[in-house]
Design a protein around this ligand. Structure first.
Ligand SMILES: [Cu+2]
Length: 461
């Protein structure tokens, strides 16, 4: 992580290089982020105090207090986002990154947001889930004219209810969201709220998805359902930072879904409660313990739990193709098929060619297969015991006894106490009991029941 001081040095330089002072006189300074690393929480320098969030592989936008109004400046612009080491995507976002910065305010705050459009087409911003005047809702054509190229519009409203929100364009929406234009918004409660418990750590991130062909960098924007890169805040494993907490911390994680499908988000190690939805905090009588929360398209969920088990706990989408990176998936299952002969023939023509999945898909890790430039391995990520064989929407929650209060740095791999790790059995093995072999119509013995492979289509997820 970059320190807050480095961050301001860094972004100050970026801002100085990109703003024409005369053109933007009177506007809040543009603060731009140059790195996809998780930034430390932004301790509020003025206004009502609150416990700030940490955005996974993201940051919170500083504001200027002017006459009691919190003023923010978002710049919609093309950005280069590192999806994971080894792959950069050409996206559209805000203030140097996709997703844009998180906006944090307090219930009752008057908020003024300047939105400068540096995209090659018009845009707008919809403040997803907020109570606000109709003309501030951001649907281009319905509530306001679209923001033309090169122009700055002003949104102003009071953050009326505390909770978890998102922002995204409501103009050429399919293109602009497929290109990465979105951000997180948290409205903290003013004072003690009966349904919002204080927590030690408060994380947030968006679920997003891209369709980027292996070897290229720009998303295909007319994809409807068949995306191939599934990301937490525009990062794919192993590029997603871990959520680092102290043993017995009370933890809140806020997740918003701006993809085109649902994601059952699953946490290992402990049980959690869903304490908030798009509509705000849930009544306490409606909460129950679970370990997977399905987050539908356009929804937000906040989960809370006590991190009382030490270790490195997986935290991921439970759709198994969402924990893989880009692949061609019009591929038949080849497990159990012996293609030694055909491989020899193909390799005479194409020396690098390999058949996918003869022994399962584990060969698809980075060690086994040459990849086009700017392409992530399908299944990857080195753990303390070997390849984690994951990609996409996967990361870990690291719970440590000696993690300091307020320290979000990565403690490294968990050192399991002796005798607490699964191990190989080396005793005698007995032969498993099998069903008797049946005879084929030709009279040959066979244990294969069906040998026909029908052609199958693939539509959506
Ligand atoms: Cu998913």
């Amino acid at each position: 992580m970059t320190s807050r001081r480095d961050f301001f040095k860094l972004t100050g330089a970026v801002a100085a290089a990109t703003v024409t002072p005369a053109a933007l006189a009177g506007l809040p300074e543009i603060v731009s982020m140059g790195t996809p690393d998780t930034q430390p929480p932004l301790i509020p320098p003025n206004g009502r105090a609150y416990n700030p969030v940490v955005t996974l592989n993201g940051w919170t936008l500083p504001w200027r207090m002017k006459g009691g109004v919190k003023e923010f400046h978002l710049v919609a612009e093309p950005v280069v986002r590192e999806i994971a080491p080894g792959m950069k995507a050409h996206l559209w976002g805000y203030n140097g990154q996709s997703p844009g910065p998180t906006i944090e305010v307090v219930e009752g705050d008057r908020v003024r947001i300047f939105v400068t459009n540096r995209l090659p087409e018009h845009t707008s911003i919809h403040w997803h889930g907020q109570r606000l005047p109709n003309g501030m809702d951001g649907v281009a054509g319905l509530n306001q004219p679209a923001i033309p190229m090169g122009k700055t519009f002003v949104y102003e409203f009071v953050a009326r209810r505390p909770g978890t929100f998102m922002y995204h364009p409501h103009a050429d929406e399919m293109t602009q969201m497929a290109m990465g234009m979105m951000g997180f918004w948290v409205t903290h409660p003013k004072g003690r709220h009966p349904l919002i418990d204080p927590v030690d750590r408060d994380f947030c991130f968006l679920l997003n998805a891209y369709d980027i062909d292996p070897g290229s960098a720009t998303p295909t924007v007319n994809t409807m359902l068949d995306f191939n890169l599934w990301t937490f805040n525009s990062r794919a494993f192993p590029g997603v930072d871990s959520l680092n907490v102290r043993l017995n911390d009370k933890v809140r994680i806020r997740v918003g879904n701006l993809t085109m499908t649902n994601h059952p988000i699953h946490l290992h190690g402990v049980e959690f409660e869903v304490t908030g939805t798009d509509g705000g905090p849930t009544p306490k009588g409606s909460r129950w313990m679970e370990v997977t929360a399905d987050i539908a398209v356009g929804q937000m969920r906040q989960i809370e739990f006590l991190a009382d088990e030490e270790g490195d706990w997986a935290f991921h989408c439970h759709k198994s193709h969402h924990t893989m990176n880009a692949m061609g998936h019009a591929v038949p299952t080849m497990i159990g098929v012996d293609h030694t002969g055909i491989m020899k023939k193909i390799n005479k023509l194409v020396p690098d060619y390999m058949v996918m999945g003869e022994r399962g898909m584990a060969d698809m890790t980075e060690m086994e297969m040459p990849l086009p430039d700017n392409t992530l391995p399908m299944m990857t990520g080195q753990g303390p015991y070997g390849s984690v064989e994951m990609g996409g929407m996967f990361t870990m929650m690291k719970v440590r006894r000696d993690q300091k209060k307020g320290d979000y740095s990565d403690p490294g791999w968990y050192k399991a106490p002796a005798g607490t790790v699964a191990f190989e059995y080396t005793g005698a093995l007995s032969e498993p009991v099998r069903a008797p072999k049946s005879a084929s119509p030709q009279g040959k013995p066979t244990d294969v029941e069906v040998t026909v492979r029908k052609p199958s289509g693939h539509s959506g997820h």
